[in-house]
Design a protein around this ligand. Structure first.
Ligand SMILES: CC(C)(COP(=O)(O)OP(=O)(O)OC[C@H]1O[C@@H](n2cnc3c(N)ncnc32)[C@H](O)[C@@H]1OP(=O)(O)O)[C@@H](O)C(=O)NCCC(=O)NCCS
Length: 154
């Protein structure tokens, strides 16, 4: 019998109830860059933040948060992560697309470690381009690349 290379998942809105699961996902995805619990709580409760979770096998397997600023007409993707066992199935793409749509801003920006080839490929595939470098932005002294995408909403 052929092996299935994709699994069933659902995208839903996330809430403060995801606190512990999201904290665990952050550690699995970001290791030394993982947010402390207080930041995880913030991203799950700040009113302006758009947050979505991917659920598979009844567990939190992916998460995205974005912060749209109406005055600046710019949104920042704050975090995006998918658990290792669920990668390369299009979950990050789905989360990113849905977050962009929900924020509905003319410009979306984010930062990524210079060495994070997988994430950079994902963002480039989505039309993000590098607009800045923040030297030594990340723990350990690695540069942060600032990527941006102008959105065309019809
Ligand atoms: C980056 C990350 C979110 C991608 O999640 P994912 O669900 O596996 O991504 P998708 O399956 O939606 O992949 C979409 C595209 O991204 C690119 N991509 C994703 N992972 C890749 C990898 N390991 N190598 C190369 N390209 C990759 C590919 O272009 C892929 O399209 P394709 O499968 O048609 O080639 C995931 O690897 C992750 O959580 N990494 C750790 C946390 C992190 O780095 N987050 C981003 C911080 S800015």
């Amino acid at each position: 019998m052929p092996e299935l290379n994709s699994k069933v998942y659902m995208i839903e809105r996330a809430s403060w109830r995801d606190l512990l699961a999201l904290s665990a996902l952050e550690k699995a995805c970001f290791e030394r860059d993982a947010w402390p619990l207080l930041d995880v709580m913030g991203v799950l409760t700040f009113l302006s933040v758009v947050r979505m979770r991917a659920m598979g096998d009844g567990e939190l397997i992916g998460f995205i948060a974005g912060d749209p600023n109406k005055e600046k007409k710019t949104a920042w993707i704050l975090t995006l992560g998918v658990l290792p066992d669920w990668r390369r199935m299009g979950i990050a793409e789905t989360l990113l697309r849905m977050c962009e749509e929900e924020m509905h801003m003319p410009l979306v920006k984010l930062t990524v470690r210079r060495s994070n080839a997988a994430a950079i490929r994902l963002y480039e595939k989505f039309g993000y381009t590098q607009v800045d470098i923040w030297p030594k932005y990340y723990r350990g002294g690695e540069d942060g690349l600032v990527l941006a995408k102008e959105m065309t909403w019809v």
